[in-house]
Design a binder for this molecule. Sequence first.
Ligand code: FAD
Length: 384
Amino acid sequence: MIRRRIFDEEHTLFRDSVRRWMAEHVAPHAERWRSEGQVDRDVWRAAGDAGYLAMFVDPAYGGLGLDDFRFDQILTEELTRIDSSFYMPLHNRIVAPYIDSLGTDAQKQRFLPGVCSGECILAIAMTEPGTGSDLAAISTRAEDKGDHWLLNGAKTYISNGQLADLVVVAAKTGSGNQKSVGLFLVERGFEGFERGRNLKKLGLDGQDTSELFFNNVVVPKDNVLGAPTEGFRNMMVNLAEERLGGAVQFAARAERALEITHEFVTERKAFGQAIGAFQNTRFKMAEMRTQLDAAWALVDHCVLEHLEGALTADLAAEAKLFTSEVEGRVVDECLQLHGGAGYMDEYEITRHYRDARVSRIYAGTSEIMKEIIGRGLGLDGRER
Ligand SMILES: Cc1cc2nc3c(=O)[nH]c(=O)nc-3n(C[C@H](O)[C@H](O)[C@H](O)COP(=O)(O)OP(=O)(O)OC[C@H]3O[C@@H](n4cnc5c(N)ncnc54)[C@H](O)[C@@H]3O)c2cc1C
């Protein structure tokens, strides 16, 4: 594996302690979580006690004030090595930043301490039954009723949807202006806020993914996040970090797949020799190692850019596109090298194969990533 040059001694020590924590708090439960379709709330509180939730949050609001993305990167890498059920990365680096960057002082006082302790699990709801990639076409609507907003609509495929205590919901707020969108903080127990099924999926079995329904939900004015017309722009700003977080996960999952496949091809014999000794296996392993090293180099470069506040939407899209495509090829080749064992649930590779399929779809599909990158190249047909 390529030498990771972006980490210091303190990051290495952090990784060691995270690895021990995951071995104690995640590994023993992962199989049960996968069969139950969601994780225990206890693991959220344990992560909060360990200081792993929304580490970047100011200590005044219950966080550690540790705004160095590399610590979150390490958490994600170590978690993904073991199991992807516990969707802490979504809470930590996708949703919490919305509250932190757009929230009023009062909103931060109210919500962030629970976000950091694990009492308040977060989700974000953009996708709807009728639209995903085309966010401007959402039909969930919030009407300004003077002293409150009235929210109506439905969302789907929402991660942490069953467990969430607080959901950031994107809704149309204007009539004429297509992009007039607001973000609303919908709390567990709000009247008219209902959860649908925990959706059965191809992979990521331990992550709860749900439909959410909003029927005349009264949302107090205090629960509007940012300007109620600027939600679209705010989502675009936060999507770059979301895509980088995804890229970390995808590379980590592919790395784990390669690691277990290396063990398998070393031990498994055919025609009197280890299958790893066949030239085909060696070449496949070499190709995968090379692609993954390139993926890590890109991920780590993006992390450094992000630390300097210089990560662009285009570059984040490149990282998401490249790592998810590499991951897809790696898990497929790794499964092939397992032979029939690769099709059996008792072998870990099967799970990574299934979990990886969504990487090219969520947080923006590969096609949408190419659109973003292509537009950055000035190839959108618009006159300049
Ligand atoms: C497991 C899982 C978890 C998820 N978690 C969340 C969550 O927490 N919150 C949330 O809001 N959403 C979530 N999503 C939704 C996810 O982000 C969307 O599924 C994704 O953005 C794609 O949208 P769609 O499903 O509507 O597909 P569509 O937009 O209907 O796309 C269908 C196909 O058309 C292609 N396509 C669309 N537009 C173009 C174009 N302009 N050019 C070329 N091709 C195009 C797409 O690439 C795709 O291949 C989750 C999805 C899954 C599967």
